[in-house]
Design a protein around this ligand. Sequence first.
Ligand SMILES: [Zn+2]
Ligand SMILES: [Zn+2]
Length: 259
Amino acid sequence: MSGVTRTLTLPGGGRDDRYVMTERPQSTPTETYHPLPQGLTIDDVVVRTAYEVKPGDIVVAQFGETRFGRRVSHLSLPYLAHPQSPHRCGCERCDECDDLDDESRHVCLAPSDAYDDCVVLHVGDVLAVVPALVAARFPPLTRPVEVDRFVIEGPGAPQGPYEGLRAPRTWGPWDRVSISPEAAVQLAEDLNARGAESGLTAEWKADWLVISWSARYRGMLSADRRYGAAGREVIEPDAEGRYRIGRLWRWGLHDEPSA
Ligand SMILES: [Zn+2]
Ligand SMILES: [Zn+2]
């Protein structure tokens, strides 16, 4: 199927104003292209300016001018449009909206959520979209489960990484990370492999993970290092079987080695 293209024009655009739409690329190890709802193809795509995008349209790609001419770039994660005026989209001044010099010439196509800033585009930006009426004939657009890799940064030796659910924008190093049962088993093994002098031990009571700390370890976490009491936390799996672990150490995001 590679090499299939369609040449599209904007509504009211001249015949010379052409946009070449290509097949959605396959994911590679470095680039992920989440699939469109099953059955959708480039035959279902039209070009629209950001100003013309309607609620319920699925935005799949954007056209840009480069030194080598006009090029389509496919979005890693197609999104459902909810066009609104920036600053009236309900976002609490995300970075995208905060930087905006002239809101009258921009449109917010998707308001910020726990993970991402608003999608703010110039009204004249050209997009490839599946119109809402067409999209309605296919299964709904789903958001994939997204993950990050987390490391224990300290106190003590770094450890990890462990895969956990993607960190929301407000996430901080002392917040909880939601890891799978497999990652929890690995984490417990790694903690115990460090030996008792690390101040942390892990054990399983059926499917409960019990993490114990020494007084000295607790002292390392507090501002005043002289004080600390030994203790333990029992972590039960949540409804999805995941373990939400936080406040026992400083988590950090793992920098992926470039492939
Ligand atoms: Zn915003
Ligand atoms: Zn917005």
